[in-house]
Design a protein around this ligand. Structure first.
Ligand code: FAD
Ligand code: UDP
Length: 370
């Protein structure tokens, strides 16, 4: 009998969709191919008792009070403002670029208004397309070529393994430039980590009498036997359509976790390495989780072409391919039997809050019959 909804994937998109459906009285089966819930925000205690993020560092940040209120029903927060240092010219300097970054790097005492003038003159002596056509143009139009080369060029080549000219200018919008001394990575109103971790948060979201969770189960292996009235899909977009428009590119990471017999090992929760080593960044989780321990675990991120799909790749070719898939998605969604949500299913470089917002909005619209 078609009296239940199925949600594929128990990450934040799936968990939010399941919860909103369940609270509206729908029966929900959530199917997850991994042997655990929480998808890419999974955290767990390692063998040394240190809380780590299994799929790389996750800091929650949003300006959206509806999203913050929704998640706050399932967790208390460890309030934390994320800060990052970048290892450039043998120095650890604040990143995103701010007044202190420029002062340290160039050994000058500089005021906020002088930083604005400095950046203007850096941009003026640089060559780029205006308006910006790609990632490289977008960064150079903000900070000029010299700072682009020190902080962005090689990190981006390492991370994406392609010429930064082939990446969308939208990727650059993730990183602000500041002329003041604000050294936070994000400037959103709400920032932090779930007090007892992301896994506990997702478990709490799924703890509802109308929700059943099936882990270690691939949707495509059981789809023929499922007769759901409504399917919310949060897996890979191209896989759903059997790659009929070709494969979309996903960028992967090798994450190497190292534990040290020290209270702290590095100077900040994240240190970026644009120009040195094969890793892009190192995260020391205790700074962000606030955990107290005499040991500390760090995560080294090495970008990879293949493997677990961590990132969508914002190149022209992928964006065009995505459009073709999204036309198929629109046809399915018109039937009101399907909804595609999340980073993988919409092939969008979403942050956590954007995924939660999309899920709340889209599922609420479906419930209203829209
Ligand atoms: P996922 O978490 O990937 O969930 C999809 C789920 O579907 C997975 O569990 C998968 O196993 C399951 N699935 C797929 N196919 C099937 C199938 N056939 N059958 C059953 N199950 C299936 N965002 C922030 O806001 N702040 C950060 O600091 C931040 N840091 C990040 C760091 C890294 C390294 C990465 C890669 C991402 C980061 N993000 C961050 C983004 C964040 O991870 C995503 O926005 C969010 O986790 C996406 O949730 P989702 O539910 O769409 O996808
Ligand atoms: N980036 C860079 N230098 C840095 C940090 C980021 O060039 O020190 C670029 C890089 O292309 C990266 C993008 O900005 O992929 C987005 O950075 P963000 O920190 O948002 O990446 P994420 O946390 O999603 O891995």
């Amino acid at each position: 009998m078609k009296d239940f909804c199925v949600v594929i994937g128990a990450g934040l998109a799936g968990a939010t969709a399941a919860r909103v459906l369940a609270e509206a009285g729908e029966r929900v089966l959530i199917v997850e191919k991994l042997n655990h819930v929480a998808g890419h925000v999974r955290d767990e205690f390692d063998e040394y008792g240190v809380l780590i993020h299994a799929y790389g560092p996750h800091i929650f940040h949003t300006d959206n009070s509806e999203v913050f209120r929704f998640l706050s029903r399932f967790t208390k927060w460890h309030h934390y403002q994320h800060k990052v240092l970048s290892y450039v010219d043998g120095m650890l300097v604040p990143f995103p670029i701010n007044r202190d970054t420029i002062a340290h790097l160039f050994g000058v005492n500089i005021s906020t208004s002088e930083v604005k003038d400095f950046l203007k003159s850096e941009v003026k002596r640089s060559t780029f397309n205006d308006p910006p056509q790609n990632f490289e143009d977008a960064v150079i139009s903000q900070v000029g070529e010299r700072l682009y080369e020190k902080f962005f060029k090689n990190y981006t080549i390492k991370q994406w393994s392609r010429d930064p000219k082939e990446l969308s200018a939208d990727v650059a919008k993730r990183i602000p430039t500041r002329s003041n001394r604000d050294s936070r990575y994000f400037s959103d109103r709400y920032q932090g980590l779930p007090k007892f971790g992301y896994t506990k948060l997702v478990e709490k979201m799924l703890d509802h009498p109308q929700i059943s969770v099936l882990t270690s189960c691939d949707y495509f292996e059981i789809v023929k036997d499922l007769k759901a009235k409504f399917t919310v899909y949060t897996g890979l977009l191209d896989e759903f359509f059997d790659y009929s428009h070709g494969r979309l590119e996903y960028r992967s990471l090798k994450l190497v976790f190292e534990t040290y017999d020290e209270v702290h090992h590095q100077a900040a929760s994240v240190v970026n390495y644009p120009n040195d080593y094969d890793w892009t960044r190192i995260t020391e989780f205790k700074y962000m989780t606030g955990q107290k321990s005499d040991k500390t675990t760090l995560c080294y991120e090495y970008p990879l072409d293949k493997g677990e799909p961590y990132y969508v790749v914002m190149s022209d070719e992928n964006v065009k391919k995505r459009e073709r898939y999204m036309k198929e998605v629109a046809k399915l969604e018109e039937t009101r039997e399907y909804l595609f949500l999340g980073r993988l299913a919409e092939y969008k470089y979403y942050n956590m809050d954007q995924v939660v917002k999309r899920s709340i909005d889209q599922v609420s619209n479906w419930l209203k019959g829209e």
